[in-house]
Design a protein around this ligand. Structure first.
Ligand SMILES: NC(=O)c1ccc[n+]([C@@H]2O[C@H](COP(=O)([O-])OP(=O)(O)OC[C@H]3O[C@@H](n4cnc5c(N)ncnc54)[C@H](O)[C@@H]3O)[C@@H](O)[C@H]2O)c1
Length: 447
């Protein structure tokens, strides 16, 4: 390595790291070298953040211990964000702490083959140990977890805290109002980050996550809406990304994403199936996309846009609900998917490669729908039920959505729709607005 005093000025950070590593590994036993070089030289760890960290962030608390939370435990520190982690669920805090301590951090394996290591400052099962010193909470959680998580967080929330959810659906503000009460609710800032920043899976619990994609563009909605720009800045810092504002938090709740994709595609795949018979194969969910599935997605998406049109007509509030192809085409622009149609988009976007359908194999017989898969258990009660509940409030008909919901609820043994209205007994366990006493347009718009 050079003795030149201007060395650090003249050389790039990756070059300096590379030289340091070369010096460091020179006298090491050979078996130690590949791991060290792999670890030290991966660009994502040392690349200078492109988006400067906003001073709005003092410290972030990652809430949860699932796939995305464990990936965030690596990525946020790698982006220079100070963070803690609250894992209140089961023994996750213990297992994640043990994993991270055993190897000095959470490892992320990226789809390009690189590996990064990142470490939160503190991990705890007790929110009191990790939440109060943070001013931004980030919750990459399935929406069914919101009530219990908010209940545990309630005593630790402070005025002015930013509470971010991603993917930002599931009627978060309705749950929050019920759990936190109006006064506390108004003292904090909620924001929704759309879409979920990662496609990822834990490959070794507490130690390693495989990340397929870290998205580079987000839309962010906030409550109160006046804080949207601040929440865009926070999101841009956290994920080193481009952000644009959503007009309303209700836009995030209604955004066309999983509930537009999954139920319609599964419905179509399972059209030949009847209880007691079997499908011959488990098709690729996206690459084998057909016109029928894409057409049904288009129909349900159009119904969603018509609901938003009705809201605009009645209230003057334009929620700007897009078509899913246009939204995801924007998110994955760099990937250059074929945007000719919904079918070509899903069939060609590399982020969607390799996923099979939510079917269960019955040995020696074939495949049947897995009604316990989250494509049903999340996307019906926490997805289509929400769209349908809003449609009922503004008096909009949704025949395509109804058809899919009738089929799915029969398989799930649930009752959401009755006579074309969301009045079944299981609405009480959905996240439809009606469950939270939200039955008017003014309530939907938080007025
Ligand atoms: N992982 C992905 O690639 C991906 C991509 C797009 C969207 N999403 C969506 O993002 C959300 C989070 O995804 P994920 O894969 O990290 O989810 P996950 O299933 O891995 O997360 C589950 C975690 O949520 C918490 N949790 C679950 N039930 C709880 C309860 N009752 N009380 C408290 N905490 C509870 C626990 O920490 C648990 O580990 C989901 O809605 C998912 O559909 C995920």
């Amino acid at each position: 390595m050079s003795d030149d005093r201007d060395y650090l000025v003249k050389h790039s950070i990756p070059q300096v790291i590379n030289d340091l590593v070369t010096a460091l590994v020179k006298d090491r036993p050979p078996h130690a070298v590949p791991y060290m070089t792999e670890w030290f030289t991966k660009k994502a760890v040392f690349e200078r953040p492109k988006v400067p960290l906003t001073p709005l962030i003092k410290k972030v608390c990652i809430v949860g211990g699932g796939n995305a939370a464990q990936a965030f435990a690596n990525i946020l520190p790698s982006h220079g964000v100070a963070c803690n982690m609250w894992c209140g669920f089961g023994d996750e805090a213990e297992r994640i702490s043990a994993g991270i301590n055993s190897q000095g951090g959470m490892k992320v394996h990226w789809s390009d083959g690189s590996v990064t290591l990142g470490k939160p400052d503190k991990i705890s099962k007790d929110p009191g140990e990790v939440v109060p010193e943070c001013n931004v909470l980030i919750m990459p959680l399935p929406s069914f977890a919101y009530p219990s998580v908010l209940t545990d967080l309630k005593p630790h929330l402070k005025p002015g805290m930013y509470i971010g959810i991603t993917p930002g659906q599931g009627g978060f503000d309705w749950v929050a109002r019920t759990v936190l009460g109006e006064e506390l609710m108004k003292s904090v800032i909620f924001f929704a980050i759309m879409p979920m920043p990662l496609n990822c899976r834990i490959t070794d619990f507490g130690k390693q996550v495989h990340v397929q994609v870290l998205k580079k563009k987000y839309r962010v909605g906030a409550l109160p809406a006046a804080k949207t720009q601040e929440c865009c800045d926070i999101t841009a810092s956290l994920f080193q990304a481009e952000t644009t504002a959503l007009p309303h938090l209700l836009t995030a709740t209604m955004y066309p994403i999983n509930a537009i994709i999954h139920p319609q595609r599964v419905f179509r795949i399972c059209q030949p199936w009847r209880p007691g018979n079997y499908l011959p194969e488990n098709p690729l969910f996206y690459e084998a996309m057909d016109e029928g599935s894409a057409g049904l997605m288009d129909a349900v998406n159009t119904e969603l846009q018509m609901i938003a049109e009705k809201i605009k007509e009645l209230s003057g509030v334009d929620l700007e609900i897009p078509h899913i192809k246009d939204f995801l085409g924007w998110v994955y622009e760099d990937d250059k998917p074929d945007l000719t149609s919904t079918k070509t988009f899903f069939a060609t976007c590399s982020a969607y490669k390799g996923f099979r359908s939510p079917l269960k194999q019955v040995e020696g017989k074939g495949w049947v729908p897995d009604f316990e898969n989250r494509y049903f258990t999340e996307d019906i009660p926490l997805g289509l039920c929400i769209y349908k509940g809003i449609a009922d409030i503004v008096g909009e008909k949704t025949p395509a959505m109804d058809m899919v919901m009738y089929w799915a609820q029969a398989g799930m043994g649930k009752e959401y729709i009755v006579n074309g209205k969301l009045t079944g007994k299981d609405v009480a366990s959905s996240n439809a607005p009606q469950r939270f006493g939200v039955t008017t347009l003014d309530q939907l718009l938080g007025k």
